[in-house]
Ligand binder design. Sequence first.
Ligand code: AMP
Ligand code: GLY
Length: 401
Amino acid sequence: MRALVVGNGAREHALAWKLLQSPKLEKLYLWGANDGFSDLGEVVEADSFEHLAGICIEKKIDIVIVGPEKPLADGLADVLSGHGVICIGANKYWAQLESSKVFAKDFCVRHSINTAKYEIIKDQNILPNLGYPLVLKADGLCAGKGVSIAEDEIQAQKTIQEYLDGKFGDASKTIVAEEFLSGQEFSLISLFDGETLLPFVCARDFKKLQNGDKGPNTGGMGAFCPVALTDEQKDKLDIFVDKLKSGLLKEKAGFVGVIYSGLIWAKDDFYLLEFNMRFGDPETQALMMHLESDILEVFELCAKKRLKEVVLSWKKGYSGCLTIATQGYPYDYPKEIPIKNISSEVEVFYAGVLKNPTLKSFGGRVLSFCATGDNPYAKIYKAAAELEFEKKYYRTDINIC
Ligand code: AMP
Ligand code: GLY
């Protein structure tokens, strides 16, 4: 098969790395790959979705795997399937489960999926009655930056005003205010073929910048899988998955793609915090390290609506991932800092890097260091310490938990 991966981060590098292990793969194509993994396949240049569809037809690409949310929300899957190109990724309508918090909340309500109590705010003069701390979420896509926690009324009023004034453009002209829930978070990534919902093992993402889950939210400072579940959690997760699946079926969601449920264990049950219609980053790096099954075969069966035949197999132990970021992230940070001495003891997936001609940083999240085994973080932290990158920043407390 000829497969194309869309996207430029460490998540897409991990997908490409795993696809390359498939005996079914004849050739890999990449659209948007960063310098760190662009040599893994043939890079295609397209300036529109139509253009990309034409390239897929010309090069006889059998399957396209879309990494990021933006192209899905902008209708990439619709354009590709309109041209008969097979794509793993939701259509524009169902991408709204990620691109509109209001759409996602309405879906949860229609299907009795537990989610935090909420109110929709469009007017700055009406404060929600959900207590404090209060969670305020911009309705639309904000590259992971649209969630704020207000500790009191004054902070809530300020944030609401900023959002409605267009802090994130049209994306924040509608706000979802939510009751604050506290508990451990779980990332449940599933494939959906229009009939079957196939969950992967649970992963855990470390979203906060600093040790002890302090500091601002980030795109993810590390992730591991599988997360151990109690018997009660297993039962409740099955109930969640059943509700999600039956909701999608009742609404005749015909898409073929990924659905990521960001869950929190609170009040003795799972509550949905968010849906993403794509693989998580950095969860995918850990999941691809951990998956034994042939991912291309799984994607192929998904595209053929034969997911019910798939039984995923996983390696023993755990797989872990640590994000190596640039000091200053998630705010301003320097660029083009040389990177050397990358250990061969870990698998490295590249994010914000350049090769011109030697390796340099070019983003906030720069590298994903990954390993498998009973104690993956021993190897990972050794490699992180050895890494020569003057502005490196990483959390030092990430571990299996
Ligand atoms: P979201 O993009 O909706 O997943 O939110 C990003 C992060 O904000 C989540 O992973 C949580 O850590 C936090 N968060 C979101 N919603 C809530 C909530 N209702 N209560 C507490 N924390 C939340
Ligand atoms: N790791 C969270 C996300 O991909 O949105």
